[in-house]
Design a protein. Structure first.
Length: 167
C-alpha cells in the first residue's frame, strides 16, 4: 500500500512512504567554488527552486518560505531548513521541514562534492522526503516528476551562478 488515509478537518489527508531523492551532475568549477556558492545564504536562496525567502536564524539554521506547484496543487510552504554534518568542501546534510494548507514535507538529503579534476566537481545528492496531506495523495509519479524538474532547475541555477562568478 502506497499511502495511508487520515481524516483531518473533513479533508482526506494522506501519509506517504518516503520518496527517494537522488541525482548528480558534473559542474564546471573547482570544489572550493561550488562549496562557496552552496554555503552562501543569498546564493542558496537564488538557486533553490521555489524559494521566496530564506532568513538565517542560527549558524546553520534558516527559516524559509517556498512557492511550489505540484501538479494541480499550488502551495506556499513555510518552515525550517538546517545544514548538518558539514565537512568543509566535501559534504553536508540538508534537512527541511515545511508545512502548508495542502500538506507537509520533510526531507533529509546528503550532498557530496567530488573533485573530477582541478576545474570540475561532481555534485551528488541522496536522501528521502516524506509528504503528508493532499500532497501525499497525488501519487509518486506526479511527485517524482516534480522532483526531477526541481533538481534540473537547481543545477541550472547553480551553473549560472558559477558562470557569473567566473566572468
Amino acid at each position: 500500500m502506497l499511502n495511508s488515509k487520515i481524516h483531518k478537518d473533513n479533508l482526506t489527508w494522506f501519509s506517504s512512504k518516503p520518496m527517494q531523492l537522488t541525482g548528480k551532475q558534473v559542474l564546471n568549477a573547482a570544489p572550493a567554488q561550488v562549496w562557496e556558492k552552496l554555503m552562501d545564504i543569498d546564493t542558496l536562496a537564488r538557486i533553490m527552486p521555489g524559494v521566496s525567502s530564506l532568513e538565517q536564524i542560527g549558524e546553520n539554521s534558516f527559516v524559509s518560505t517556498l512557492q511550489i506547484k505540484l501538479g494541480p496543487v499550488n502551495g506556499s510552504f513555510s518552515g525550517n531548513m538546517q545544514l548538518e554534518d558539514i565537512t568543509e568542501e566535501k559534504n553536508f546534510t540538508l534537512k527541511v521541514q515545511q508545512s502548508s494548507k495542502v500538506g507537509n514535507a520533510n526531507a533529509a538529503v546528503k550532498v557530496n562534492l567530488l573533485p573530477v579534476d582541478d576545474n570540475h566537481t561532481e555534485v551528488s545528492f541522496d536522501g528521502d522526503a516524506r509528504l503528508s496531506g493532499i500532497l501525499a495523495g497525488m501519487g509518486q509519479r506526479v511527485i517524482g516528476g516534480v522532483a526531477n524538474t526541481l533538481t534540473k532547475q537547481f543545477f541550472t541555477n547553480l551553473e549560472k551562478e558559477l558562470a557569473q562568478s567566473a566572468s
